[in-house]
Design a protein around this ligand. Structure first.
Ligand SMILES: *Cc1c(COP(=O)(O)O)cnc(C)c1O
Length: 372
């Protein structure tokens, strides 16, 4: 549930999303389409608003992880192609038909089950199938060209199914070393070569592949994390255009107090003031996804970095201020403040993880606001 009556907010800049898409489209070979990946509530940014910005920016389709995420977009009024990226149960074929959600097929056993199910439960609308090739991710998909051609033959026997796409996913597109990437690309090319006719969509690029590889295969890219202005490599590789971060995380000081030397702060008294200090309380905590590992990180108040002191609580943190700031002063946890900047990558470094995870785990308690 969103907590609206509290100053903690995620602010999403739609312009940044549109700029990132425009820059990517300018980089891509002419005619290649861009589907915006808005799974996991738009990587925590808000799926519907991100999808709107992405379509306005030139995306011609959307990708989600689950059926429910697809339905959410249809109910919000999107009529563009929507592709589910995860395996669905054959039991839900009537649902994906009804909402015209394309979905992946990655095994012959799945096709057999689906065919059987459809004999008893016919569906009225076409089922939009994208064959998934496992070219080296070891996740979902057919492993060999022979399996792919068997799948195509099987799909042709199921009257409700339309062979709309074929795709694969790269495991190392964000790395400087490209040999495994090239092995995967070759494997995918081998699977395409066996087809008499290519389907409407052929796609293999995620953000990293779209940014750093001039991939001759495919006519569409699945553009995810870079759409949000985040570098898929975490900074190891530089993007060929400046990625514009879309997300800001802000709050306000709800109390400011001066403590004397020797005062304990927070659960477990893990911090003790060494002199007279100004301590500010900020209403965000681990229940918002601002996890306990953020202890010791610095947030921005009036352009100055202020350390989070004491343990992160469920709903609050305490920060050491260089001076007495008035209550209600803006606190920036991610974003720019007074000429200084904190990025999701900085937060990820502190948490020893990747920015994808940080963004996704910002909880639904924090309201998302959108700026054009
Ligand atoms: C999540 C996902 C993407 C997008 O990846 P990014 O690294 O965010 O660009 C593309 N394709 C598949 C299959 C995915 O699961």
């Amino acid at each position: 549930m969103e907590s609206l009556h509290r100053p903690t907010r995620i602010i999403v800049h739609k312009k940044a999303i549109q700029e990132n898409i425009a820059n990517e489209l300018a980089r891509l070979p002419k005619g290649r389409e861009l589907f915006a990946v808005v799974k996991a509530n738009g990587y925590g940014h808000g799926a519907v608003a991100v999808a709107q910005a992405a379509i306005a920016g030139g995306a011609t389709g959307l990708c989600v992880a689950t059926i429910d995420e697809g339905i959410q977009l249809r109910e919000a009024g999107f009529t563009e192609p929507i592709l589910i990226l995860g395996v669905i149960s054959p039991l839900y074929l009537p649902l994906v038909a009804e909402y015209q959600l394309a979905f992946p097929v990655g095994s012959l056993a799945w096709l057999t089950k689906a065919a059987k199910f459809l004999q008893e439960t016919p569906v009225a609308q076409p089922l939009l199938v994208h064959l998934k090739v496992d070219s080296g991710m070891g996740r979902i998909g057919f492993s060999t060209p022979v399996e792919v051609s068997e799948a195509v033959a099987k799909i042709a026997q199921i009257p409700q199914m339309v062979f709309e796409g074929i795709f694969t996913h790269f495991a190392t597109a964000d790395e400087a070393e490209t040999s495994y990437y090239e092995t995967q690309a070759q494997h995918f090319a081998d699977c395409l070569a066996i087809l008499d006719q290519l389907p409407r969509y052929v796609h293999c690029d995620n953000s990293a592949s779209a940014l750093w590889h001039d991939q001759p295969l495919g006519n569409m890219v699945r553009y995810g994390v870079a759409l949000y202005g985040l570098n898929p490599s975490g900074g190891t590789l530089e993007a060929s255009y400046p990625l514009q971060p879309a997300l800001e995380l802000v709050s306000r000081l709800v109390q400011v107090k001066q403590v004397t030397a020797g005062t304990g702060i927070g659960y477990g008294k893990t911090y003790t003031s060494s002199q007279d200090e100004w301590i500010g309380t900020v209403p965000i905590g681990y229940a918002d996804g601002w996890i306990r590992k953020m202890q010791g990180f610095k947030v921005l108040v009036a352009g100055q970095f202020c350390e989070i002191v004491g343990r992160v609580c469920m709903d609050q943190i305490m920060i050491r201020l260089p001076q007495a700031f008035p209550e209600d002063t803006l606190v920036t946890l991610v974003g720019e403040n007074g000429g200084q900047r904190i990025t999701l990558q900085d937060v990820a470094d502190q948490q020893e993880t990747i920015h994808y995870e940080v963004a996704c785990l910002l909880s639904s308690r924090i309201p998302r606001e959108y700026i054009d």
